[in-house]
Ligand binder design. Structure first.
Ligand code: HEC
Length: 369
């Protein structure tokens, strides 16, 4: 009997472990859907404060931590306007959750292909001017589970969409004639290029801060996709009593600390979030994301320029959602395959457990024990 118990319990442990690996090796659980109480009212005119708020003349003003003067970013960004009421700032660790949650969460969650495709467009048109994604190659976009997977092209290197995307990026390559490194149109096998030659160039271009590589940013930050989603919508007007230095942007969801620049009396009342060097990257109805308004099915005079290619409106919330989904996929492109394997392994382990138990009964049938 002891043998049976041992066999069964070890199988159970095995089963639970396998389920755990398949189900919980994914995104960290998203926080509950309810939104935190608003602390700051978004300014209708956008989020970039022109001058630090100094309500008290005797208040200490911290020296600017940004070493270099702030040059204009690579692309002119209008401040993100109108974040909508539901996106008011929240507490430090209560990220926003999109309506209906994240489709890719949970043991059987799968990535929303349309959202990934739109999110890729947001990355390409906006984020890629400052952020690289060096752990990913263009061909990964056409892998099984990727945003541009096409069953007609099991080898993503042959996928025409992937080829076209790759050719639209300029990748530094060695010129076979001169040996010099020159930018050339990419091929599916190339990794995504970084927009700056090195970290020094990146810092000089961004007021002293280096834009992090986005390949695994969703894994690297607490809150995962929810953090990216919230951060991109978190540029609200700084509350009264918060000193914002030149080159800094207040963001209610940034994992930072506002205490050193809070001139309010009670440190417990310091606003949530922190300051970062990234200018608000998203714009409502960004012209760079509009669909191609050429004559055709959705083109010509009936074409709405405020939509993605699939007709979804290019609101800030939608862009933030879609790019977060895309980056969640990018940071774990094999998660769907892993979940599918888990779903196949668990019934197998269950059947095996029954089989082992029946064999035990049969083997020990005539033995006194
Ligand atoms: C104009 C350049 C620029 C653009 C465009 C830009 N970023 Fe950034 N981003 C930065 C810089 C600079 C930092 C580093 C900020 C800091 O550490 O103060 C940063 C930081 C980040 C971080 C890390 C925040 C953290 O917790 O450390 C994330 C995530 C991010 N960006 C996402 C995006 C996404 C997504 C887009 C596209 C929608 C985007 N960025 C577009 C410059 C940019």
């Amino acid at each position: 009997m002891r043998f049976a118990k041992l066999a069964l319990s070890s199988l159970a442990v095995l089963g639970i472990a396998a389920f755990g690996v398949s189900a919980f090796g994914q995104q960290p659980a998203t926080p509950p859907a309810e939104q935190p109480a608003p602390v700051v009212t978004p300014a209708p005119d956008g989020a970039v404060p022109a001058a630090p708020a100094t309500p008290d003349a005797t208040a200490p003003v911290e020296p600017a931590p940004v070493a270099a003067p702030v040059p204009a970013p690579a692309v002119a960004h209008a401040p993100a306007a109108d974040h909508g009421e539901e996106h008011a700032a929240g507490g430090d660790h209560h990220e926003l959750t999109p309506k209906g949650g994240w489709k890719h969460d949970g043991a059987f969650g799968t990535f929303d292909v349309n959202a990934m495709q739109r999110g890729f467009k947001v990355y390409k048109q906006i984020c890629s001017t400052c952020h690289g994604m060096k752990l990913l190659s263009f061909r990964n976009l056409g892998d099984v589970g990727g945003p541009f997977y096409d069953p007609a092209y099991p080898n993503p290197n042959d996928n025409p969409v992937v080829k076209k995307i790759a050719s639209e990026f300029m990748v530094p390559k060695i010129d076979p004639d001169s040996g010099a490194i020159v930018p050339m149109p990419g091929i599916p096998a190339d990794p995504f290029p970084s927009p700056y030659a090195n970290a020094i160039a990146a810092a000089v271009g961004n007021g002293g801060a280096v834009p992090p590589d986005l390949s695994v940013i969703v894994k690297a930050r607490n809150g995962g996709a929810g953090y990216v989603y919230s951060l991109l919508q978190g540029y609200v007007a700084p509350p009264q009593g918060l000193v914002v230095n030149a080159g800094q942007h207040y963001n209610a969801y940034f994992h930072g600390d506002t205490l050193s620049q809070w001139v309010g009396k009670d440190p417990r009342n310091k606003p949530p979030g922190g300051f970062l060097a990234m200018t608000p990257p998203l714009q409502q109805f960004d012209i760079r994301l509009q669909r191609d308004c050429v004559e055709g099915a959705h083109g010509g005079t009936s074409c709405d320029p405020n939509t993605f290619d699939d007709g979804t409106p290019t609101t800030i919330e939608q862009q933030a959602h879609d790019v977060a989904v895309f980056l969640a996929w990018a940071s774990d492109p094999k998660s769907e395959a892993r979940k599918q394997l888990g779903a196949a392994v668990i019934p197998f382990l269950f059947l095996l457990a029954i089989l082992v138990f029946l064999s035990y009964r049969r083997i020990w049938r005539n033995v006194e024990h």
